[in-house]
Design a protein around this ligand. Structure first.
Ligand code: PLP
Length: 363
């Protein structure tokens, strides 16, 4: 078999090896079914159990209260950028507040503008999206339909240490790149969604956690695949769901429950991994330059540059030779980005840290 390297891709991203191994072992015949997950009916008892277990794992890991529904949808995070304002902004006569801290929240705000009035509660484009706002910088409207933010900006590596305080307005969060990376208080949210392919599974499924009162308020006259109440009534089985992706979310969350031991443990490991890289950057005497300001630094995506940009290609080439791949930064930020999601082993980050130290010493 081809050797696995350390994959720092922003997404689709590294998956826990035990989850991949279990999928490989059971690919031809699921225990108790004798057929592959790829061949099974989404209406079968076996698949219903998989779906129920994925949901139960999410509920226990995130402490999701009983007045929230969990939906497994298609269309990625981007469809939620549209579905949320279509259901909760359009025809409400109210504006929605958007906190813009990077590429993804900007895109979400632009999508929402197709459905209604968007107020920008904060936008740090002038600072090249290198930090989250102070509470005092947020221009929030107590009459807004909802307040929207992105807990972790995958491209800029900017993460909210805690959710913003938005009063009684429903808080909507795109947690695509940090769901399951740390414990959160779900009861603070109206809607929390995440595409799976960063930190929760493969591409193809999006997890939507939505509070009952919002479900009750959602319009009923939308086409069924855009209709949250219909999707919820059908328990995400309105039409054929992405069965394999949901199965992988089950395996990834099994791993978090059984092998990691929950999100308190996970965040400790994540902080340790991120800390190793930020320490190299901070102690490099300006050789490596971080993108994000310290209090806003992400524990999932670590973007950084070389002071001497002419050495970028050499850095990437040397990294690849050490089995460290997908480190190129997004074109809008430049430099490098190490995405160190839950499934990136500490050992992978250690190899990257040692490589960065060595590269700086030789230069
Ligand atoms: C990747 C990403 C998206 C886009 O997800 P798709 O599933 O490709 O639509 C949205 N928001 C954040 C924070 C992301 O990291």
């Amino acid at each position: 078999m081809e050797k696995r390297v350390y994959n720092f891709s922003p997404g689709p991203a590294v998956l826990p090896l035990p989850a991949l191994e279990e999928a490989q072992r059971d690919l031809l015949a699921l225990p108790g079914a004798g057929i592959s997950i790829l061949e099974i009916s989404h209406r079968s008892k076996k698949f219903e159990q998989i779906l129920a277990q994925a949901e139960a794992n999410l509920r226990s890991l995130l402490g999701i209260p009983s007045n929230y529904r969990i939906l497994f949808l298609q269309g990625g995070a981007l469809l939620q950028f549209g579905m949320i304002p279509m259901s909760f902004l359009r025809n409400t006569g109210k504006p929605a507040d958007y906190i813009v801290t990077g590429t993804w929240s900007k895109k979400a705000a632009d999508e929402a503008k197709t459905q209604g009035t968007v107020q920008i509660a904060f936008d740090n484009k002038a600072g090249n999206y290198n930090r989250v706002p102070e509470p005092s910088e947020l221009k929030l409207d107590p009459k807004a339909a909802y307040a929207y933010y992105t807990s972790n900006e995958t491209i800029q590596g900017v993460q909210f240490p805690v959710e913003p305080e938005v009063g009684d307005v429903p808080l909507v969060c795109d947690a695509s790149s940090d769901i399951l990376s740390r414990p959160i208080n779900v009861s603070r949210y109206g809607i929390l969604f995440a595409c799976a392919q960063k930190n929760a599974g493969p591409a193809g499924v999006t997890i939507v956690i939505i509070r009952d009162d919002l479900l009750a308020k959602a319009p009923k006259d939308l086409p069924s695949l855009l209709n949250y109440p219909v999707l919820a009534e059908n328990n995400s089985l309105l039409n054929t769901p992405p069965t394999f992706a949901i199965y992988m979310v089950k395996l990834v969350t099994d791993w978090l429950v059984r092998e990691i031991g929950g999100l308190e443990k996970m965040v400790e490991i994540n902080r340790r991994k991120a800390g190793m890289l930020y320490e190299v950057i901070d102690r490099s005497g300006g050789f490596y330059l971080p993108h994000a300001e310290t209090p806003s630094r992400s524990i999932m995506n670590v973007p950084f540059k070389l002071a001497d940009t002419s050495r970028e290609e050499a850095f990437l080439k040397g990294a690849a030779a050490c089995g460290l791949v997908e480190l190129k930064g997004h074109r809008s930020v430049g430099g490098f980005r190490a995405s160190i999601y839950n499934a990136m082993p500490v050992a992978g980050v250690e190899v990257l840290r040692d490589y960065m130290l060595e590269f700086a010493k030789k230069s």
